[in-house]
Design a protein around this ligand. Structure first.
Ligand code: ZN
Length: 65
């Protein structure tokens, strides 16, 4: 699961796209995620970040295989 990284912010758990970080602090990065349509999903008791619904669906597909 990807947490917040000071330099790179959050990253998508599927395509590894990054958002926030650098000059943006945790809260600002959270806000950017929200405005950019990122989603949080709980999977096996852990939270994951996805940049879009498609990445989440692809992630689930791979998990099932
Ligand atoms: Zn993604």
């Amino acid at each position: 699961m990807s947490g917040f990284d000071k330099e790179f912010g959050f990253s998508c758990d599927f395509c590894e796209e990054n958002i926030g970080g650098g000059m943006f602090d945790f809260n600002e990065s959270m806000e950017m995620k929200k405005q950019d349509g990122w989603i949080n999903r709980k999977h096996d008791g852990e939270w994951f970040n996805f940049c879009c619904e498609e990445c989440y669906q692809e992630f689930l597909k791979e998990e099932r295989e």
